[in-house]
Design a protein around this ligand. Structure first.
Ligand code: F6P
Length: 346
């Protein structure tokens, strides 16, 4: 393929919590930029920290080979939020100013920010400061407003579903109540999808406030119906009166106190974010990456790639910034699960 040279030089960074599929997105945007448009691609290390410290390297097509299936991010990440006051004196140069200065010194024509809500907000603020920015939404939490799906979510749901599947047999053998706490931040997407996929009996998500008594009543009713065990899927973001303990530990103790039924708890944690992306996430991340390169070539800046009805679209970062996509309590999946007897603890 004869490369035409657009003469553009683009920077890519990944920020916030990692997730499966980030490298597939880096590969998608980088390869398309190099192969289709003849752009130069600069990889920036550790999110916005790399821009503050000017820590970067050129990425060749060869550097982008063999990373599609690799978990995490080859660029590294951080939770650096440059617009949060860093307590520096007025006389010292601020982080956003440093970023703008380094963006210019590095000769960048565009900055691709791959991240979740925090990253996309920072991307929007940098666009306000005059940088050419394109956003790519990623997070296992699936809570980015403006897109039907983020990559990372499908992999996390697969991992959580497999974990819950495995709890069923041990719960059955011991006739126990098994609680499993899943990630998702303030959204219940992972708990809802993996709870339904694995036949969870109770699914607790932040968007539907629960009552402890309702959960206890429901679990005792299952015992009366000769159902020897129950699975309770708990999103990490639900109300936690236990405070210092995980919410699954808190509820596990409360359920035992209220019902006398034997309980155990599992906090799945970072296993949900690690390892190779699912095929669906590889495809979605690749679609987002290639579409981002096309947006850059068209100088379609200040926007985020998004999925709408299975089509890739461009959404203004101004619309995305500061919003969250939460589960609607009337989501058809919730209603269908309720119709089959699943409890949401209310
Ligand atoms: O946003 C992704 C996520 O994994 C959330 O589900 C979780 O609450 C959070 O990140 C954990 O953050 P950290 O990596 O800072 O511990």
């Amino acid at each position: 393929m004869v490369k035409k040279s657009s003469g553009m030089r683009i920077g890519i960074l990944t920020a916030g919590g990692d997730c499966p599929g980030i490298n597939a997105a880096i590969r998608g945007v980088g390869k398309t930029a190099i192969v289709k448009y003849g752009m130069e691609v600069i990889g920036i290390s550790d999110g916005f920290t790399g821009l503050i410290n000017k820590d970067c390297r050129e990425l060749t097509e060869k550097d982008l080979s063999g990373i599609l299936t690799v978990g995490g991010t080859i660029l590294g990440t951080s939770r650096e939020k440059p617009f949060k006051s860093d307590g520096k004196k007025k006389s010292e140069i601020s982080k956003p100013d440093l970023i703008r200065e380094h963006y210019e010194q590095m000769g960048l024509d565009c900055l691709v920010c791959i991240g979740g809500n925090g990253t996309l907000k920072t991307a929007y603020l940098l666009a306000q400061e005059g940088l050419n920015v394109v956003g790519i939404p990623k997070t296992i939490d699936n809570d980015v407003w403006g897109t039907d799906k983020t990559f990372g979510f499908d992999s996390a749901v697969n991992i959580a579903t497999e974990a819950i599947d495995r709890l069923h047999s041990t719960a059955n053998s011991h006739k126990r109540i098994m609680l499993i706490e899943l990630m998702g931040h303030n959204a219940g997407w992972i708990a809802l999808y993996s709870g339904i996929a694995s036949g969870g009996d109770v699914i607790l998500i932040p968007e539907i406030p629960y009552k402890e008594e309702k959960i206890a009543e429901y679990l005792l009713h299952r015992v009366e119906e000769n159902k020897p065990y129950s699975i309770v899927v708990v999103a990490e973001g639900i109300k936690n009166p236990g405070k210092e303990r995980s919410v699954a530990h808190y509820l596990s103790d409360r359920i035992f106190e209220m019902t006398g039924l034997e309980t155990r708890e599992t906090v799945l944690g970072y296993l949900q974010r690690g390892g190779t992306p699912s095929p669906m996430d590889r495809v979605l991340a690749t679609r987002y990456g290639t579409a981002a390169a096309d947006m850059i070539a068209k100088r379609d800046f200040g926007n985020m790639v998004a999925l709408k009805n299975n089509k890739i679209v461009s959404v203004p970062l101004a619309d995305v910034s500061g919003k969250l996509k939460l589960v609607d309590p009337d989501n058809p999946l919730v209603t269908q699960a309720r119709n089959m007897g699943t409890s949401f603890g209310n």
